[in-house]
Design a protein around this ligand. Structure first.
Ligand SMILES: NC(=O)c1ccc[n+]([C@@H]2O[C@H](COP(=O)([O-])OP(=O)(O)OC[C@H]3O[C@@H](n4cnc5c(N)ncnc54)[C@H](O)[C@@H]3O)[C@@H](O)[C@H]2O)c1
Ligand SMILES: O=C(O)C(=O)C[C@@H](O)[C@H](O)[C@H](O)COP(=O)(O)O
Ligand SMILES: [Zn+2]
Length: 365
């Protein structure tokens, strides 16, 4: 299944390499870029125990001097304290401008490592080695890096691109099923916002809800088409001046749900699934697409084993939380809403009554 996808950008194009056992080739890939000899691997105990030795061996075999920074596991550690731990390790090991940070883990590790790389010495090299489905198909690509603030998701960050992304799909075999399903939410997102054919292919498939039973061919397609969709969008609008906002489909309500449930009860991908259901229902209320299309979308989300109703959260708190969404303009919350499977639009404003009634209905389900 080896394949290369290019992320074409004005100043910092790079490759996404997808191949089995590719983690063992990280050192080799790095050598081609003529980077400095010092490398700091940023990971967490869960992932490092499983895959750290392979990455260390590959780097050492290519004459890199390797250091590690192992952060606690979990979204609740995606904060500035963890970034300070990365800076401390960089300083302790005298990392230089030519040195490299390697993010080995899911989206939490990837977002934090990218932010530390963007800011340490005003910018050093970084590489994404994603180990969750979500990180492979979404967070490792496109250069959105950052951390959460107690008041909301990803409020502090920078756009900063990796030198390359190395995807070894075999590592998904150890991923907990819940995390696999969460990744499927971002995969389904690409079908709704960008690729109707891909959506239909998933609709016609079975076993979308388990890494143990999904067919290897479908998994391969899912990773490739998702990476391609993300690369296409980011290639047209690196810094979210316009088009890129479509990648935020489902995230306005999703981020509020995630933060209001303390980042553990509902994890990112699950919250995005609920957010897509809410956005689809809003679009139907506003006559932007049909009820039948909403049901097609919701059916696929449910088939991937994801929640389609809103957990018990105070709806006023959700309405308040969405006011700090990054798409807010002139104080108005803007939503990405679908017009048909494969197409979405950014709205100017959705009446608060519509938001409230959709959320109420989703909670009663
Ligand atoms: N930058 C972006 O464009 C972007 C896009 C989407 C999501 N995100 C961010 O990504 C984060 C979510 O990332 P995530 O879903 O990868 O969660 P995560 O990073 O928390 O990883 C999920 C869990 O899986 C474990 N894990 C990772 N790989 C494993 C493997 N191969 N085997 C066994 N266990 C493994 C991790 O230790 C963790 O416990 C959120 O913070 C979200 O905001 C960023
Ligand atoms: O890459 C993007 O652009 C996205 O919006 C991808 C999202 O899946 C991701 O969760 C992103 O981190 C959300 O961005 P934010 O700007 O709303 O924090
Ligand atoms: Zn996301």
């Amino acid at each position: 299944m080896a394949c290369t996808i290019n992320v074409n950008l004005p100043e910092s194009s790079y490759e996404i390499q997808i191949a089995p056992s590719t983690l063992d080739k990280l050192g080799e890939y790095m050598s081609k870029l003529e980077l400095g000899r010092k490398v700091l691997i940023v990971s967490n105990p869960t992932v490092f125990e499983l895959y750290g030795a392979r990455v260390v061996n590959s780097l050492e075999a290519n004459n890199y001097q390797v250091f590690t920074c192992i952060l606690p596991d979990g979204e609740s550690y995606k904060n500035l304290d963890s970034i300070k731990e990365i800076y401390d390790a960089c300083i302790e090991h005298r990392l230089e401008r030519s040195s490299t940070l390697v993010a080995l883990g899911g989206g939490v590790i990837g977002d934090m490592t990218g932010f530390a790389a963007a800011t340490y010495l005003r910018g050093i090299n970084f590489i994404q080695a994603p180990t969750t489905l979500l990180a492979m198909v979404d967070s490792s690509i496109g250069g959105k890096t950052g951390v959460n603030h107690p008041k909301g998701k990803n409020l502090i960050g920078a756009f900063y691109q990796p030198k390359f992304v190395l995807i070894d799909p075999e590592v998904l075999q150890t991923l907990p099923e819940r995390e696999f399903r969460a990744g499927m939410a971002e995969v389904i997102k690409y079908g709704v916002i960008w690729d109707a054919e891909f959506f239909a292919q998933m609709e016609a498939s079975t076993h979308l809800d388990s890494i143990k039973t999904i067919s290897p061919e479908l998994l391969e397609t899912i990773i490739k088409l998702s990476c391609q969709a993300k690369a296409d969008v980011v290639g047209q609008d690196e810094r979210e001046a316009g088009l890129r906002a479509i990648l935020n489909y489902g995230h306005t309500i999703g981020h509020a749900v995630e933060s209001l449930t303390g980042y553990t009860e509902v994890i990112h991908g699950e919250a995005v699934g609920i957010g897509m259901v809410a956005a689809g229902e809003m679009a139907a209320e506003l006559g932007m697409w049909t009820k039948a299309e909403t049901e097609r979308q919701n059916h696929l989300i449910a088939k991937a084993g994801l929640l389609t109703h809103l957990p018990k959260i105070n709806i006023d708190e959700i309405i308040t939380a969405i006011q700090i969404d990054k798409k807010v303009r002139d104080g108005k919350v803007r939503f990405i809403l679908p017009t048909q499977i494969g197409k979405v639009e950014i709205t100017n404003e959705v009446p608060t009554d519509t938001i409230r009634s959709v959320l109420n209905n989703l909670q009663r389900m």
